[in-house]
Design a protein around this ligand. Structure first.
Ligand code: NAP
Length: 309
């Protein structure tokens, strides 16, 4: 029987692992679909305290993992498919790989998954000119026009990053004002390689003979006019959905958007012994540092829970 199993390896998961490992709880971490979490798909992180020159997202995550492992954290790369609280008080976790784990406490830190537009041929075009990750795919589109969809910090960050490769970056947003923080918005709007396309929605992906994206059909939602924008790749950056599907049937209380509901000022869920941390519970702050802080809180809450058992 494990003391504590931490599900997820983003900022929240690794921070929870560092704290529970240092508390001699010998945590087991089960990695999710995106080991390292969302920061592995980002580039420069400029706002994580302690790195005045910034740090690359993947490097920050590798450092966190090393720090957690240094104190004895064990890691298994297997997706959790279900979590169940047993009458005896412990939890049973099943994985897609067919393993069963038992633990006295669980910290869910599975984060959130990028959203797509929901257009008909969209998912079949992922990897053929549709993606949600500029860091992963930007370099595949040198000297050609590309589009980023969205108006938040993610869209701005991706647009800015893509100017290193693309000949032109269209920032397609459904309104005429960016949601992004002022510093990111100013950076993007001041970059002459980035062209905002306001009040516009992608209605269709158009492909060439090889099945690769060659253009998108846009609808201007103010004028109702349709147009075609020639781009070789579309980077969708319109937010995320929390990774809580595996909790179906677990009894863990989720809100309308499927985020785990935390118990007000701490990280307890409605099920005693199950805690959550980071973006899986947070649709307000969603920062690397807030996720890390929340991971620390969940570790301390779990530690107290285990001490009281
Ligand atoms: P977000 O702030 O929720 O922005 C999503 C954007 O996508 C919005 O502009 C939204 O339009 C648009 N959108 C949503 N659904 C759409 C749809 N179906 N079709 C077209 N457009 C759609 O998400 P985010 O940019 O991923 O950021 C999430 C959080 O992480 C934020 O708190 C952000 O500050 C933070 N973040 C921080 C950094 C950083 O500090 N380095 C980097 C990335 C993200 P509307 O504006 O019209 O709603």
């Amino acid at each position: 029987m494990e003391n504590v199993i931490i599900i997820g390896t983003g900022c929240a998961g690794w921070t929870a692992a560092i704290y529970t490992a240092r508390a001699n709880l010998n945590p087991l971490v089960l990695a999710g679909e995106q080991p390292g979490g969302q920061l592995t798909t980002t580039t420069e992180v400029e706002n994580f305290p302690g790195f005045p020159e910034g740090i690359q997202g993947p490097e920050l995550m590798m450092n966190m993992q090393k720090q957690a492992e240094k104190f004895g954290t064990r890691v298994e790369y297997d997706l959790v498919s279900s979590v169940k609280k047993e009458n005896e008080g412990h939890f049973t976790l099943e994985t897609q790989g067919g393993t069963t784990h038992q633990a006295k406490a669980v910290i869910v830190a599975t984060g959130a998954i990028p959203r797509y537009l929901g257009l008909e041929n969209e998912m079949s075009l992922v990897g053929h000119g549709v993606t949600s990750c500029a860091t992963c795919d930007g370099a595949f589109y040198p000297d050609v026009p590309v589009a980023v969809i969205g108006g938040g910090d993610s869209a701005c960050e991706e647009a800015d990053f893509l100017t290193k490769f693309a000949s032109r970056v269209y920032l397609v947003h459904r309104r005429d004002e960016l949601r992004a923080s002022k510093i990111m918005a100013d950076r993007v709007l001041g970059n002459e390689k980035i062209e905002p396309v306001w009040d516009s929605e992608v209605k269709e992906y158009l492909t060439d003979d090889e099945g690769e994206v060659r253009a998108v059909t846009l609808l201007n939602n103010k004028t109702n006019e349709s147009s075609e924008l020639e781009v070789k790749c579309v980077f969708v950056a319109i937010g995320h959905d929390p990774a809580t599907g595996f909790l179906d049937g677990s009894g863990v209380a989720l809100d309308d958007e499927k985020y785990i509901i935390q118990n007000g000022h701490d990280t307890k869920s409605n099920i005693e012994g199950l805690f959550s941390a980071g973006d899986v519970s947070d649709h307000v702050y969603r920062q690397a540092i807030t996720a890390a802080g929340n991971g620390c809180q969940a570790a301390l809450d779990a530690e107290r829970y285990l001490a009281a058992l």
